[in-house]
Design a protein around this ligand. Structure first.
Ligand code: NAG
Ligand code: NAG
Ligand code: NAG
Ligand code: NAG
Ligand code: NAG
Length: 658
């Protein structure tokens, strides 16, 4: 190496990475990109997810990182412009959609990335992490828990699935300024432009169907210097998507990028089209053409007549207009007539019960002679109903032998009807407090508690999202024909992501079963469900209700306090119901009562998880595991130490709103 070339090498080494980057793909081959997970190149087009893999994740990145900062400790960030053509097509349009995201990331494998609605990019961690990752989501599903406005929107995500800004997909006409929606899930090719202006921390996103030139007004524009926190010196650019069980095909057909000026224009003339061929294009010859036209006219005419007829029925209040989103959520929508028939017109004889939530009728579905329970719930707001439906539809997918199976739903005006399997043996409540008509022996009680623990454990840990029940009580536990316990009434359950921050403010639940921390936080957690389950354990073993009021003057009897006192005096087994006392060992009764108390620990962090509870029940052991025993000994008997100072043990429970 000659001395002369050294400075040159030095120059090259220092300035090469800073060279600008520009590329344009009107088609792809697999050596063009880094393909992660299930992403592949299929007929020169990027296919992000695999149809056969249930929770498929796929990402495709340009192989070299782009410079996002002029120097490593600069506060300035660079600019770029990019444009691409995509197509999203679901196998069945009513199935939940996901979409995909354009992503700028420090790594091709973001840590803890989840599939489903997380685009294969985000985790559901509670900690707000600031990882160098910015995504522009093209979201074709609505997730109310992430504040999604609808099932067809564009948003900007700063290392968080909850977008900082969202807009319904569409574009503003450059001349008239009128907004035209764009359906991103039709399979039609859609072009997107992203203008990232580092100097003023601005991101503009624009979309339009092929054939429409870049609209002058962007669909969304976000300006905020926090963007800089999500940028590292060098970053990968690319695409990411994930899916549920249902097939949705996300394709990227062409892509151009520049970090020095405007990305070169894509030539869209010869791009493939992935919209399935329509019937008319199959026809050949004039005769076929004419007959197709005649049929079309007839169809249009009949549709018109049907619409007019329906419209009249709606106006006359006989029928309910089904809105698109309703079909999106739940495949089993019963007609009101069907449920009316099943319950003999919601007759008095079919009435099973009335509660704060509404009324329950027994029914018999003509189609398959299935016995069902139809729960009629009143709702007040359409928005609330919509959120509720999203929740119910996720919950409807949950199938476990210790949960009451849900069959479907129906809406009529302000009434929502939920259809469950009929449970012939009624609720646990009756079998504990309806002495001597119905009595459950000790074995039966223990079996039901074990069943319900398994059901609740499934809600908390068995699904890829944490489902909170929020209203566990003995009257919500039903007994099937084999006297096995099943957890029912998910009406109040709210879906949370694992570790996600619950954002509910409305307190729901039932007095006597509510965990003390709900008084101040009103944000239910898995631990508050465990508390309610603990109350059920104490009820089932003692045969006493959580709160009993004898007279107005007396303080009410509080079951938890009573059992706690007995425990602290070393005679917890005295809390056992007389009718079952003789049926088992004192150790077993003691163990179950102590487990109930451990679940009702005043400090949520010291309660066992449902996983632990299930393990204890199924072990058949006669003593609690050491760690559970230790937690119990520490916090429960006041005075033993200062552990639970300031934590109300009871009576500050807020009024139930249900
Ligand atoms: C992909 O493209 C590169 C050049 O862009 C070419 O060298 C390579 O042979 C192509 N690979 C395939 C599999 O077509
Ligand atoms: C980063 O900043 C520090 C102090 O501000 C400076 O000493 C250092 O040289 C800078 N590094 C680079 C790579 O610019
Ligand atoms: C970005 O990635 C580089 C190389 O993989 C790594 O050294 C750096 O720590 C990462 N930056 C951040 C903020 O994670
Ligand atoms: C982004 O959009 C805003 C508002 O329309 C516009 O003023 C700005 O110039 C745009 N920036 C870029 C980089 O396109
Ligand atoms: C786009 O491509 C087609 C053929 O692939 C070509 O005929 C046409 O001239 C191109 N248009 C532009 C603007 O380059």
């Amino acid at each position: 190496m000659t001395p002369l070339s050294l400075p040159l090498l030095y120059l090259l080494l220092h300035f090469l990475p800073a060279l600008s980057l520009e590329f344009l793909f009107n088609s792809f081959n697999s050596s063009d990109l880094i393909l992660v997970g299930d992403a592949k190149i299929d007929s020169s087009v990027i296919r992000l997810t695999s149809d056969s893999n249930q929770n498929s994740i796929g990402r495709a990145f340009y192989p070299t990182k782009i410079n996002m900062k002029p120097t490593s400790n600069s506060t300035k960030i660079s600019s770029f412009s990019t444009s691409f053509v995509f197509s999203v097509y679901p196998q069945i349009s009513s199935n939940p959609g996901v979409g995909f995201a354009f992503v700028i990331s420090n790594t091709t494998s973001p840590p803890n990335a989840l599939p489903d609605q997380y685009f294969g990019l985000f985790s559901n961690s509670k900690k707000p992490s600031v990882f160098p990752l910015i995504a522009i989501e093209f979201d074709t599903g609505q997730n109310p828990e992430f504040n999604d406005p609808d099932g067809n929107h564009v948003g900007i995500d700063l290392d968080n699935i909850e977008s900082v800004i969202t807009e319904t997909a569409g574009y503003y006409d450059s001349v008239s300024g009128n907004f035209t929606p764009v359906n991103m899930r039709s399979g039609n090719n859609v072009r997107a432009w992203i203008d990232f202006e580092g100097s003023n921390f601005q991101v503009n996103v624009t979309i339009a169907p092929i054939g429409v030139n870049k609209p002058s007004k962007p669909l969304l524009s976000y300006t905020n210097s926090v963007i800089a926190d999500y940028v590292s010196d060098e970053m990968f650019v690319g695409f990411s998507a994930s899916k549920f069980t249902w097939v949705e095909i996300q394709r990227v057909l062409a892509w151009s990028f520049s970090d020095t000026g405007t990305a070169r224009d894509l030539n869209t003339t010869n791009l493939p089209n992935f919209v399935p061929k329509s019937v008319s294009s199959l026809s050949s010859g004039a005769i076929v053409g004419i007959s197709v036209a005649c049929v079309a006219v007839l169809v249009v005419f009949l549709t018109g007549v049907h619409w007019f007829w329906r419209r009249r029925r709606v106006l006359e209040g006989e029928d309910e207009e089904i809105e698109d989103w309703e079909l999106e959520y739940w495949p089993h929508r019963f007609s009101y007539e069907e449920l009316g028939q099943a319950t003999s017109g919601f007759s008095e004889e079919n009435l099973l019960g009335k509660g704060g939530f509404g009324t329950v009728y027994k029914g018999n579905l003509a189609a398959n002679n299935n016995e069902v329970a139809v729960k009629c719930v009143n709702h007040d707001s359409k928005q609330g109903l919509r959120e509720f439906m999203a929740e119910i539809s996720s919950i409807g997918r949950l199938q476990q032998k210790n949960l009451v199976p849900m069959r479907g739903w129906c809406r009529k005006g302000k009434e929502l009807l939920l259809v469950y399997d009929y449970m012939p043996n009624g609720s646990l409540n009756d079998w504990i407090f309806d002495k001597p008509k119905k009595v459950l022996d000790w074995k039966g009680r223990r079996r039901v508690l074990t069943d319900v623990a398994a059901g609740l454990n499934y809600l908390h840990h068995g699904y890829n999202e944490v489902v909170l029940h929020r209203d566990i009580k003995s009257s919500n536990i039903l007994l099937d024909k084999d006297m096995r316990g099943r957890l029912g009434d998910f009406g109040l359950a709210k879906l949370y992501q694992h570790g996600g921050v619950p954002n509910t403010t409305r307190l729901v639940g039932t007095l006597g079963y509510l965990a003390p921390e709900l008084a101040s936080l009103a944000a239910p957690t898995a631990a508050s469900d465990v508390y309610s389950f603990g109350v059920v354990i104490l009820e089932v073993v003692s045969g006493r209700r959580p709160i009993e009021t004898c007279s107005k003057e007396d303080d009410p009897f509080l079951l938890i306090d009573w059992v706690r006192e007995l425990y602290c005096e070393g005679k917890v087994s005295e809390a056992c119901d007389d009718t079952v006392k003789s049926e088992c060992e004192v150790e077993e009764i003691e163990m179950v009562l102590k487990l109930g108390l451990a679940c009702c620990h005043p400090d949520p962090q010291h309660r066992p998880s449902m996983k632990e509870v299930v393990a204890i029940f199924s072990d058949g052991v006669l003593s609690l595991p050491e760690n559970v025993e230790a937690e119990l000994a520490h916090g429960v008997c006041s005075g033993s130490d200062g552990n639970n100072a300031g934590l109300p043990l009871h009576s500050t429970e807020p009024q139930s709103q249900v």
